[in-house]
Design a protein around this ligand. Structure first.
Ligand code: F6P
Length: 336
């Protein structure tokens, strides 16, 4: 059996550990042949593939990024005109000519959608969820999330000392796309005083009051953690907007930090390495048992899988009754 593996969408820590998990299981346990497809789905359009061997799989467990490269190529996106390339047809022709019996797609929400369409077109597909945002529906956790939360928590920890020295309000913006998972988990782990996520509406007067009340209790500084996806006005970025509004509302000196791509870079945490290894191994198990059109998932403590048709097009958002929010509110943290 000849399998192709690709990584698509934004990178994150743990992708290489997944590639290693898929391929080592395929080669050592099942005697399959494995080919790396370069630059996501673009590699299937350009026939850009290379064999992966034990040698090429060395040193991957703790390596950030993706050795296969990635892109945001969406081959099923509507054609602009009859003259533009029929990408789905080209991709199907190439998969057939390359003799690939199955494609493993590692990616976030966009990738799951494309993988579902590829499966509907008759290709044997297995996918693995990957994103720092933790917003892929059908899995409790995606690898990359724990690493991003660890990096963001470390950044918040560091902001505490400078905030307290200068008696300032520090606003930190973290990633997460339309979801607030990174802000909620790093905000709580880093001891944020205000945590704003897209799933919960906020009122700037409440936020201002929280900060003023802290001063009255002898705490002349505050840490505000905001998710990049919160609502703002005039197209302003989350941290910039909230910092301006807080300064206006309270009169306190306020500074902003946008953490950015640092959250996606570097080595995965031990948790993410193990999750990636388990998910990668399970992807190969699905192939070996002929279960295609499925995405590997973590449900509770168990690795399993869900139908790609169920996953495609959905987002996993933070529930307003999430126990971290309920507990945070009880402790006086402001969620908006
Ligand atoms: O999906 C992960 C993510 O890091 C989001 O949190 C962020 O909005 C987005 O990617 C930005 O990625 P890019 O600039 O690569 O499109």
């Amino acid at each position: 059996m000849k399998i192709g593996i690709l990584t698509s969408g934004g990178d994150c820590p743990g992708i290489n550990a997944t590639i290693r998990g898929v391929c080592k299981t395929a080669i050592n346990h099942y005697g399959m042949e494995v080919f790396g497809i370069r630059s996501g789905f673009r590699g299937l359009l350009d026939n850009d593939i290379e064999p992966l061997t034990e040698k090429s799989l060395s040193g991957l467990l703790n390596l950030g990024g993706t050795i296969l490269g990635t892109s945001r190529e969406k081959p099923f996106k509507k054609r602009l005109s009859a003259a533009s390339e029929d990408k789905p047809a080209l991709m199907l022709k190439n998969i057939h000519e390359l003799g690939l019996d199955c494609i493993v797609c590692i990616g976030g929400n966009g990738t799951q959608k494309t993988a579902a369409k590829l499966a509907q077109a008759g290709v044997n597909v297995v996918s693995v969820p990957k994103t720092i945002d933790n917003d892929v529906w059908g899995t409790d956790v995606s690898f990359g999330f724990d690493s991003a939360v660890t990096i963001a928590t470390d950044a918040i920890d560091r902001l505490h000392s400078t905030a307290s020295s200068h008696q300032r309000v520090m606003v930190i913006e973290v990633m997460g796309h339309k979801a607030g998972w990174i802000a909620l988990y790093s905000g709580m782990a880093g001891g944020g005083d205000v945590i704003l996520i897209p799933e919960l509406p906020y009122n700037i007067h409440n936020i201002g009051n929280t900060i003023i009340e802290r001063l009255k209790k002898g705490k002349p500084y505050s840490i505000v953690v905001v998710a990049e996806g919160i609502q703002t006005i005039n197209g302003k970025k989350a941290a910039e907007y909230i910092a301006e509004e807080i300064e206006y509302e309270t009169g306190f000196e306020t500074r902003e930090t946008v953490l950015g791509y640092i959250q996606r870079g570097g080595s995965p945490t031990p948790y993410d390495r193990n999750l990636a290894t388990r998910m990668g191994g399970h992807a190969t198990e699905l192939i070996a048992s002929g279960q295609f059109g499925r995405m590997v998932s973590l449900q509770g403590a168990q690795i399993g899988s869900v139908s790609l048709n169920e996953v495609a097009g959905k987002l996993k958002l933070v529930d307003e009754n999430h126990d971290l929010i309920v507990q945070g509110k009880r402790m006086g943290i402001c969620f908006g």
